[in-house]
Design a protein around this ligand. Structure first.
Ligand code: NCD
Length: 318
């Protein structure tokens, strides 16, 4: 592959017609999307216009939950590929006149959407929309369950430093139980050959019958030992029951990510965080801002390129 030529698509093409879970993609499709994201990152780094492969296609961003990075990077990604992009102002929409989420989505699809990016907490909504709508449905965040494009952009960011995730040790640290990022990251990183660990208070771990193949550590000492990457997570108070909040007491003193606690990881290990971060709650500002240790803004950068790759791969095939 020369610097500017795109990666070759899989021999059988892209068969995925939706991206609701990482498991909607085959290993070959994942590899292609990661390579394509790196290809598009080249355009962004060189400030060059990307091919307008989505010209004439309509992309609707429908976010029923708050978002900064995901919504805006999908917006930019679609525009950079030439799509007509519409962001639905949910707080000023007919959802507040009692319209159901499904009726809202069907109405928007009837305006000629080729792809709809949906963020919502209702379980099963994305699957239902995929059945009902005649367009590609991409999950921009589903409750505490899945956030597949965040996982893909995290993998692209890690590859930018380590070339591969194979045999890396990746510690996902914090409120794992309520994190859709932790779930999608764990599924994807494991498939890419990494050793993944969940690290945090026992009260913020997933149920014991979930993620049974992932090691769990309830101390930073064990959890960070030998880690190449430490992924910090926000306390997702909006999804917690009152009992869960007890597990957050004294969190920073026990689990806070700082230059000092990162000494438990491998020398030169990187810290990541999907954002939004809460400085002094799960991560120290000095660590988050240290360009030698923190990949947090690189995750944001690769978010645009990765979403360009996802849109191109799924719409190119549709
Ligand atoms: C996350 C999300 O919304 O799931 N952020 C993101 O999309 N970059 C993480 C969070 O809300 O804590």
């Amino acid at each position: 592959m020369t610097k500017c030529s795109p990666p070759s698509p899989p021999a059988d093409g892209i068969t995925a017609r939706r991206l609701i879970s990482i498991d909607d993609l085959s290993d070959v499709e994942i590899g292609y999307i990661l390579d394509l994201a790196e290809h598009y990152a080249g355009f962004l780094k060189r400030s060059e216009p990307a091919p307008q492969c989505l010209a004439g296609r309509t992309q609707i961003n429908l976010f029923f939950e708050d978002s900064t990075r995901t919504n805006l990077s999908f917006d930019l990604a679609g525009r950079k590929l030439g799509a007509d992009v519409v962001n639905v102002p949910v707080s000023a929409s007919s959802v507040h006149k009692g319209e159901s989420l499904i009726d809202t989505a069907q109405t928007l699809a009837a305006m000629g959407a080729d792809v709809m990016i949906v963020r919502a907490k209702e379980q099963g909504l994305h699957e239902r929309l995929d059945q009902l709508l005649d367009c590609v449905v991409i999950n921009g965040g589903a409750g505490a369950l899945e956030h597949p494009t965040q996982a893909l952009l995290d993998a692209v960011t890690i590859r930018s430093k380590f070339k591969t995730l194979r045999a890396l040790t990746i510690a996902i640290c914090g409120d794992v139980q309520h994190s859709r990022v932790a779930g999608s990251d764990a599924r994807l990183f494991t498939r890419l050959g990494a050793n993944v660990r969940f690290v945090g208070p026992a009260g913020l771990m997933p149920e014991s019958n979930q993620f049974t193949d992932i090691e769990r550590c309830t101390t930073l000492k064990d959890g960070l030992a030998g880690a190449d990457i430490v992924m910090g997570l926000r306390m997702q108070f909006e999804r917690m029951q009152s009992g869960d909040k007890d597990a957050t007491q004294g969190y920073f003193e026990t689990f806070g990510l700082t230059h000092e606690t990162m000494k438990r990881a491998k020398p030169g290990a990187f810290v990541m965080h999907p954002g939004p971060m809460n400085r002094g709650v799960e991560i120290d500002g000095a660590l988050a801002d240290d360009p030698a240790r923190s990949l947090i803004l690189q995750q944001v950068f690769y978010g645009v390129a990765t979403r360009m790759a996802v849109l191109d791969a799924l719409l190119g095939a549709a």
